[in-house]
Structure formats: C-alpha cells, structure tokens
Design a protein around this ligand. Structure first.
Ligand code: DGL
Length: 274
C-alpha cells in the first residue's frame, strides 16, 4: 500500500486522454497531472530538447513525491523513456509505445496507418516496435501538421481540423489501410471527427485503456497501490496558463480542479508561490 500520487505528464492536454482512463480504472489513486504548455508542441522539436524537458518534469514530479511516472506523451517517450529509466533506476515508468502490435494482430488488409508527430517517427522506439511486431504488415507513417496546436486551442471539429485530418488519412485509406493507430495522446480527442471521416470499416486504435492497465499492473507488481478506501484526487500543474488548463480539462474529460502555475528556470521547474 502506498498513498503517494502517480505523476502523469505531457506537453499539453493530450495527457488528459491517458488521465481519463487512469481515473476510470484506478479511482482510488491520487494523480499529479503536469502539462508543459509553455513548450507545446513537442513534436517538431529536436529529440535532445524534449529529453531535457522530460527529465526536468520527472525531477519536479518526484519532488512532489510521485511513486510512479506515466510519460503520457508519445513524443517524450520516443525522446526520453530509455534515458529516464536509466537516470531514475528506482522509479517505475510507464511510457507510450505506438500501438502497432494490436494493429498488426487485427488488420485484415495487412496495411496499418500510424498517426504521430515527426519526433515520434524519428525515435528508435518506433522503428523497434515496427521491427518487433509488424514485420508481415505494411506500416504507413503520417504526420498531422498543426493538429496538436488546434486541439490545444480547443478546435476539435472546425473546418481547419477537418481538412488536416482529411488530408492526412486519405492517402492511408487509398493505400489500403483498414486500421489507424493514434500514436499521439492528443489525437483521441478528435476520434469522433476521425471516425466520421474514415467510416465504420476502419478501426481506430486508442492506446489509453491499455496504458491504464499497464499502470495498474506496475503498481501491483511494486506493491504501490493506494488503499482501496482512498478517494483519488487530481492535482493539475502547467507551465502555461492554469485557468485555461482547468477549462480544457473540464471540457475534454469532464473533470477538473484548480491548476497550479509552474515555471522553468534553466532546466529546472519551480512551483509559483501563491
Ligand atoms: N501528446 C504528445 C504526443 O503524444 C505531444 C504532441 C506535441 O506536443 O507535439 O506525442
């Protein structure tokens, strides 16, 4: 039993898609949710820069007594998961790995499309997942330019968002993809629009429920689960605008709380005094 919180982080509101599933599966766990919104988007940045951010955020979440860290960001996982595990060897980490495995197992056309940021495709993690799980499947890569910024701005189904998704998925469908993997944690918030555009015959894989199950498994394995009688609470932190994060959390996942302001000084994060 361990009453300390789980730390969850992303560049922005994308991590809320993971937080939502953690809350469903583990309602008795306290969670610290961190959004690095002063630096969003991470996707077009060099991997080394994202790695520096991820390490600074992990240090901050550990200072706030996190017992396990969820890197709720494919880009940060691609850039830093390996580094974080070796830098903090005693801390259990759950990271995002593009869900190419379930896609390869279930695709009937044997063509799978992966939607992610440029940095996620550059990382070794993506190549290794494809090599390990999809050697007998054609894996198509697609970036959705500016989609993260539009989702951050709350534009989930406007004309611009529709157009970017249409332009992104059309070539994948034309090449025979029957399965789309969402390999950016922002994208589950446009699933209603995406499903409408691609139709019922195309499977869309959101890895968030599987990530929550992995958190549950690791907590059990390390004997870190919170007491069952505990009512879990979420504390929100952002390096951007706290009011905006609170509003977006309510809108995107139907729950919120006062967000705390955090700021970067060099490579370290500090909580703003009230
Ligand atoms: N939500 C993120 C991901 O899963 C980050 C996207 C970004 O900041 O570009 O990759």
């Amino acid at each position: 039993m361990d009453q300390r919180p789980i730390g969850v982080f992303d560049s922005g509101v994308g991590g809320l898609s993971i937080l939502r599933q953690i809350r469903v599966l583990l309602p008795n766990e306290d969670v610290l949710f961190f959004a690095d919104q002063v630096h969003v988007p991470y996707g077009p940045r060099p991997l080394s820069e994202v790695r520096t951010f991820a390490e600074g955020i992990t240090n901050f979440l550990l200072e706030q007594c996190s017992k396990l860290i969820v890197v709720a960001c494919n880009t940060a996982s691609a850039a830093a998961l390996h580094h974080l595990r070796s830098t903090f060897p005693t801390i259990p980490f759950v990271g995002m790995e593009p869900a190419v495995k379930p896609a390869a197992q279930t695709s009937r056309s044997r063509v799978v499309g992966v939607l992610a940021t440029p940095a996620t495709f550059q990382g070794k993690l993506f190549t290794s997942v494809v090599e390990r799980f999809a050697s007998d499947v054609t894996v198509l890569q697609q970036v959705l330019p500016h989609m993260v910024e539009l989702i951050e701005a709350g534009n989930l189904d406007g004309p611009e968002t529709q157009e970017i998704i249409r332009q992104g998925v059309t070539p994948l469908l034309e090449q025979g993809a029957d399965t789309l993997v969402l390999a950016c944690t922002h994208y589950p918030f446009v699933i209603p629009l995406l499903s409408k555009l691609v139709g019922h015959n195309v499977q869309v894989i959101d890895p968030a429920p599987a990530i929550a199950r992995q958190v549950e498994r690791l907590l059990k394995q390390h004997d870190l689960d919170a007491p069952t009688e505990n009512t879990g609470r979420v504390t929100y932190f952002t390096s951007g605008d706290p009011e905006r994060l609170s509003e977006m959390s309510l809108r995107l996942i139907g729950e919120t709380g006062d967000a705390k302001q955090v700021y970067w000084r060099g490579e370290c994060l500090h909580l703003k005094a009230n």
